[in-house]
Design a protein around this ligand. Structure first.
Ligand code: DAH
Length: 344
């Protein structure tokens, strides 16, 4: 009996079927009521008592093997069958739906690209910052209103206390300080990133938005260098007939400081509701790095000078794509995002 079982085990092991019909024949041969295995089961009662245990175990092994093997062969046919009959290997592939790049990323990449062509490297800094890098090292007076709770998000420490030292950066100018404290000139960097301000959210203000900062420090850097870079940037970004104008302004970290307007790219400077009929729209702040800032960050202001500029990415995106509700940028509405399919 054992020899017979061993033989059947080998047969089962080697079982092959080319199609479902052949498999059915095998199933009947081994596993049906009158199949080989059942026949052995019927003989089982004639096995001497002392062999019953060994023979029983072998018989069970055979039955399990046969069932497993048949099931495995069956599965093979079934998986081969799905869709095989009308498989067309010459058919072109189904189009894969790609996502769209976010408009802020598109604009950010464009800004990076323009500055990279002028030799600027990318620098990065943390969003959770300390007072030194955001304010003190950037020449903000102790009582400057920007340090106020109204503008700045403060972070609680582990005891739940607000120390006024750990904050969310309110501008990317903090990266200027991060770069200067570790690098000596020549410095030529741009720093794109997210910034936070404690604003009530509306169509024109948000609690977080994005900026790009640029910093250039070297020997003999002058306001003329800044103007040239600004003009080139504006014309690359908004078209070669774009004009720029600089208005005197104030920032703690630049002296002199200016704000730059470009000729309204919607009406071409003739005057429209977008530019409030002035023909100009403001796009960025800039100026010569205040010598105090250079000194506070370990750079000799008698040897070096520099310029800096900072702009809001949302502002540029708004001008380029007329997105006049800031909230759209962070709602991730696919219908809105899809509109930028062609731009990326
Ligand atoms: N940090 C300023 C802001 O958030 C923008 C800015 C203005 C950056 C002038 C500069 C600059 O680098 O020179 O409003």
């Amino acid at each position: 009996m054992i020899a017979k079982i061993e033989q059947l085990l080998q047969e089962v092991e080697a079982m092959k079927a080319a199609n479902a019909e052949e498999l059915e024949v095998l199933r009947i041969k081994y596993l049906s009521k009158k199949g080989a295995i059942n026949e052995l089961m019927a003989d089982f009662r004639n096995v001497p008592a002392e062999q019953k245990k060994e023979v029983g175990m072998k018989l069970n092994e055979l039955k399990n093997k046969a069932q497993e093997k048949i099931a495995a062969l069956k599965e093979q046919f079934e998986s081969q069958n799905t869709g095989c009959d009308n498989l067309d290997l010459t058919r072109s592939a189904y189009p894969i739906k790609l996502g769209t790049r976010h408009p802020l990323s598109i604009v950010k990449n464009e800004i990076i690209d323009i500055f990279a062509r002028m030799g600027f490297n990318i620098a990065d800094g943390p969003e959770v910052e300390d007072d030194w890098h955001v304010f003190s090292s950037m020449n903000f007076a102790e009582d400057h209103p920007a340090r106020d709770m109204q503008d700045t998000f403060f972070i609680e420490n582990n005891e739940g206390n607000v120390t006024h030292n750990v904050i969310l950066r309110t501008h990317t100018s903090s990266v200027q300080s991060r770069v200067m404290e570790t690098t000596q000139p020549p410095i030529r960097v741009i720093c794109p990133g997210r910034v936070y301000r404690n604003e009530a959210i509306s169509y024109r203000a948000h609690a977080f938005f994005h900026q790009v900062e640029a910093l250039y420090v070297d020997k003999n850097v002058s306001f003329t260098d800044l103007k040239q870079v600004l003009l080139l940037f504006a014309q690359e970004m908004f078209g070669s007939d774009t004009k720029i104008r600089l208005r005197p302004s104030y920032f703690p970290f630049t002296e002199p400081s200016a704000e730059m307007d470009i000729s309204c790219n919607i009406c071409g400077g003739k005057g429209c509701p977008f530019c409030k009929n002035t023909g100009w729209v403001e796009i960025l702040g800039c100026g010569m790095v205040d010598p105090n800032v250079l000194e506070l960050n370990g750079i000799d202001s008698k040897v070096y000078s520099g310029y800096a500029l900072g702009m809001g990415i949302e502002r540029i995106a708004n001008l380029k794509y007329r997105v006049n509700d800031l909230r759209l940028f962070s709602e991730n509405d696919v219908r809105f995002l899809k509109e930028f399919e062609a731009a990326q």
